[in-house]
Write a protein that binds this ligand. Structure first.
Ligand code: FES
Length: 274
């Protein structure tokens, strides 16, 4: 159980892993996540389920090496086992069956997070446009996989090394200014990116969902670590989310909370590398 059966390097420091976990695969749905632990005394980290294969019992995760735990995870190989692999957690992605036209906006590690949702909507005959973006060409991945399931795929890179130079929001602005309309927009990626997407879509009053990535500990609604302000209410992203109405999210509060432990994380990562 929890054996790594696939390991693939997608981009510098970005890895795809297939984990054999039939119980998690059987119950997984788009939008959900897992929490895993790599070392006996290690921290627990949440990772979006990028895809799942119920028949093979495999759950696919994609992660970037940004700290000690993801570094340890990246050092595991096919045949190794992950100590704890808990899921699926969170509420699945739900959509209005009447809606026909969808736009996905994904930045950085948000790119694989849209994959299973796009595949599901494609299987239902929906019209799907996708905008993906990253710092430069090497940060763009999953392009070919996503192309199979959408009508149009737009790409931006901050340095202009691939696709349009600029940000995903530049393309979003262009599409909406040219008269393109969607029943629903789904954004996932860095918090400032999701905030910028919502600032634009609010002007057009297009329903916008975002997938949040706050600090999580238990993933079961017990610790309160993942609390986010949605409208006038406090919600727990692990059990009430991670997908919320973007117009209601307190992004500034989320950014502040996400930075609380940054110094400790940096120290831990530095010591691990020494
Ligand atoms: Fe503890 Fe959500 S991670 S309440």
């Amino acid at each position: 159980m929890n054996e790594i059966v696939i390991k693939q390097n997608l981009a510098p420091n970005v890895w795809l892993m297939g984990i054999y976990s039939p119980q998690v695969a059987k119950k997984s749905n788009p939008g959900q996540f897992v929490i895993l632990r790599v070392a006996e005394n290690g921290e627990r980290i949440p990772l979006t389920i990028a895809d799942f294969d119920r028949e093979k019992g495999v759950v696919y995760i994609i992660f970037q090496v940004v700290g000690k735990t993801t570094s340890l995870l990246s050092q595991l190989n096919i045949g190794d086992r992950i100590i704890d692999f808990v899921g699926p957690l969170g509420m699945p992605y739900e959509h209005n069956p009447e809606d026909k036209n969808y736009l996905f906006v994904a930045g950085g590690l948000g790119i694989p997070a849209i994959f299973s949702k796009v595949k599901m909507l494609h299987s239902q005959g929906k019209n799907i446009d996708i905008i993906i973006g990253g710092r430069s060409k090497e940060n763009i991945f999953f392009e070919d996989e996503l192309k199979k399931y959408c009508n149009n795929l737009y790409i931006s890179t901050n340095d202009g090394s691939y696709g349009k130079k600029g940000f995903v929001t530049d393309i979003l602005n262009e599409l909406l200014e040219s008269g393109k309309r969607y029943d629903e927009i789904f954004a996932v990626g860095p918090v400032p990116m999701m905030k910028a997407v919502v600032d634009i879509t609010k002007k057009y009053q297009i329903k916008t969902l975002v997938s949040l990535n706050p600090i999580m500990v238990d993933g079961t609604g017990m610790c309160g670590g993942c609390r986010v302000k949605i409208g006038n209410e406090v919600k727990f992203a692990c059990v009430d989310g991670p997908i919320f109405d973007g117009f209601e999210v307190d992004f500034d509060g989320l950014m502040k909370r996400n930075s609380y432990y940054q110094d400790l994380e940096n120290i831990s990562y530095r010591e691990h590398k020494c």
